[in-house]
Design a protein around this ligand. Sequence first.
Ligand SMILES: Cc1ncc(COP(=O)(O)O)c(C=O)c1O
Length: 398
Amino acid sequence: MATIPAVKQFSDRMGRIEVSATMAVVAEAAKMKAAGADMVEFGAGEPHFPTPQHIKDAAIDAIQKNFTKYTPVPGIMELRTAIVKRHGADFGSDYKPEETVVSTGGKLSLFNAIQVLVDHGDEVILPVPYWVSFKDIIEYAGGRCVYVRTSEADGFRLTADMIERQITSRTRAMVINSPNNPSGAVISSEDHTAILKLAHKRGIYVISDECYVYLNFSGHDFSAGSVTDAREHIVVVGSLSKTYSMTGWRLGYTLAPLPVSNAIAKLQSQNTSSTAHMIQKAAVAAVTGPQECVGQMKAEYIRLRDQILGELARIPKITCVRPEGAFYVYPNVSAYIGRSGIKSAADIAHRLLHEAHVVTVPGEAFGTTEHIRLSYATTPGEITRGLDRMREWFAKLG
Ligand SMILES: Cc1ncc(COP(=O)(O)O)c(C=O)c1O
């Protein structure tokens, strides 16, 4: 009798990825909230500010004027020109409008860039801690992550030497992220430049995720795009999400040499086409309009960072590197692992969620085992409420 062959349900590549850990935590917390729990949310990486009014007005105006149709795949020229001008003015880069491709969010830009550059078996260097999605996006493309562990004792510093030690004949690219999610670490402009020059010399692409580039508190703003003599191997991933508090609008972009940009546009022509027309019009208003809102939000994040660091310092045995950017703290909670049945940072995040109703993300999602991540993009009152609960909860562990 003929046997019926087993039918597999999904493609092999689906087996290589997980649901984003941050999204999973946020979904779990939302369920608890819907069931009536009073949660304090430090989980999602999302600004708490409303989108500035002039950007909202531009979107409404665009809809009224019927900017509601398909646009060219890489975006309208008005926006591509505005993006490269803004970037040039702020960071000293010299990209042409044709070298930027607008997409439906920084995550899609990153996904497209990695799909375009990384083949099966290629090695991609990934510093740890890393943003959750880097690993999955690389592996989905068939790449193999080669981790570079940074040291907490050294403020999670990343240097060219650390990267050079991991380069092999299979190294195709590296993904770096400064300011960093989850640690808030900023790569110094000297280290950053040395990394870019090393990569260029060795023919390796640097995908520089600069989602938080406008939330750099170190006083030394820096974009990889400014290192023009290594530009052939640099792909800058940008996003309006955090800069202008526009997470839900979904607008990101890449800045890359023309052949890479053309390849990204080719891929995008087969996945999303363009991002929505009225959103692109709003993005023009964001990048060409008044920029005071960006500085005001950044000043508030610095105040919130200082507050949360002060409150964390009141919890015995928790240490935390002072973040120099983004809006996350990444405290080390290892002193509590081994107490009260706790085996991991994931256990701590899980029990904080269910017992203290405080939402955090375990370090395991970012490649480390001793930390939890808290987003402080929230109000000072929520920070106090959440940290009071955490202090009480950790005190009970003894
Ligand atoms: C490091 C990093 N890169 C990229 C993104 C994606 O941002 P978006 O897709 O909203 O532009 C995020 C979002 O949290 C992030 O933290």
